[in-house]
Write a protein that binds this ligand. Structure first.
Ligand SMILES: CC(C)(COP(=O)(O)OP(=O)(O)OC[C@H]1O[C@@H](n2cnc3c(N)ncnc32)[C@H](O)[C@@H]1OP(=O)(O)O)[C@@H](O)C(=O)NCCC(=O)NCCS
Length: 336
């Protein structure tokens, strides 16, 4: 059998809404404090979308345009869209087709939606990578985009969850690598449905005699619920585990990593992982301070900023890793 080809990230871009919401702005709404939020999560501010301007699909499209430009790829040359989000524009259809329309892609390429929350982007990247490896497609657009702020409980009851999440989008263009040893070396995906309800938005669920009536009477179930301590406990185990799995498969050690881009879940989780892997500050990228947790958008936003800042160079060993609702977790090891 011929050796499968690798894919590489030919372009990356991100978009965040212009509205900055500081911790101080949340204080009167949620009976919280800047000190509490910073101490527990590292977050200083996040972005909230503007109704009538930003949508999950058009934020994704804004990020995608930048990624396409960097890759020197025309929108109509995209052969597949993989769109990761937990906050789609509609219950159905998925946001992938809306992004296709928004970008003016008229070639009838497939649009696949991925529902894996904080691990969504790494899952989506892995899906796209498989299509390129097998030779089915040469150009795949992978997008992560989220609008959390319209679905958060902004009262004191919601403070344990609502201070964490923010809005934003990121995208990459995958193409077949033409350089031996360059590109996505491997991806690793996991899930443990036993903990499905530990981080959840329950409604609108389909298992009701009448969804609309149920939602009207149980409005609080439209808000996210999180067992924060349990999520934390599993995250600090799964992150190092799935990173180690990627490194071992490719014959590397943690000290070989030039840049770790973890899902921006919580700065404390990232610091724990960094310490466990023995990585110096310059080898771990964090921007949660400015954006909060943007779920499926967090890894591509961070990757895009790291590339823009010149922190990732050709030949660097880059590791993406994520953990979140499901529970799901995933990693991707890339020779840049
Ligand atoms: C969410 C998280 C920061 C909460 O921290 P914690 O130490 O577990 O806090 P607890 O939920 O035990 O609450 C501790 C106290 O702070 C209070 N509290 C919770 N949220 C608060 C807020 N935003 N502001 C002020 N006080 C708050 C609680 O009411 C509780 O008060 P009490 O002791 O008087 O009852 C932490 O659990 C966490 O980071 N978990 C992982 C979350 C995550 O990464 N999610 C994304 C996964 S992809």
């Amino acid at each position: 059998m011929a050796t499968l080809r690798h894919s590489y990230i030919a372009g990356v871009g991100h978009y965040v809404p212009s509205r900055v919401v500081t911790n101080a702005e949340l204080e009167p709404l949620m009976n919280t404090s800047d000190a509490w939020i910073q101490e527990r999560t590292g977050i200083q501010e996040r972005r909230w979308f503007e109704e009538g301007k930003d949508t999950t699909a058009n934020m994704g499209a804004n990020a995608a345009r930048k990624a396409l430009e960097m890759a020197s790829v025309e929108a109509n040359d995209v052969q597949m869209i993989v769109f990761a989000t937990l906050s789609p524009d509609y219950f159905f259809p998925g946001s992938g087709v809306l992004l296709q329309r928004e970008l003016g892609i008229s070639n009838n390429c497939p649009a696949l939606d991925v529902r894996n929350q904080c691990s969504g982007f790494v899952y989506a990247l892995s899906v796209a990578d498989q299509f390129i490896r097998t030779g089915m497609y040469d150009t795949v657009l992978v997008v992560g985009s989220e609008i959390h702020s319209s679905g958060l409980d902004k009262s004191p009851e919601g403070r344990g969850v609502s201070v964490i999440f923010g809005d934003g989008a990121g995208a990459v263009v995958l193409r077949p690598s033409t350089t031996e040893g360059q590109g996505i070396l491997s991806t690793h995906l996991h899930a443990q449905g036993e903990f499905a309800e530990e981080l959840i938005v329950k409604e609108p669920g389909s298992n009701r005699d009448n969804r609309a009536d149920y939602v009207v009477a149980n409005k609080q179930d439209l808000y996210p619920y999180m067992n924060g301590q349990n999520v934390f406990k599993h995250a600090v185990v799964r992150f190092p585990q799935v990173i180690k799995e990627a490194l071992e498969q490719n014959g590397y050690q943690s000290t070989d990593v030039d840049m770790l881009i973890p899902h921006q879940a919580n700065l404390r989780i990232t610091q724990y992982v960094q310490q466990k892997m023995g990585l110096t500050d310059d080898k771990v990228f964090s921007n949660i301070q400015r954006y909060g947790n943007t779920t499926a958008a967090s890894v591509p936003i961070a990757l895009s900023e790291a590339v823009q800042a010149g922190k990732i160079k050709r030949g660097d060993l880059v590791c993406l890793a994520a953990f979140g609702s499901g529970f799901t977790w995933a990693s991707a090891l890339i020779k840049w």
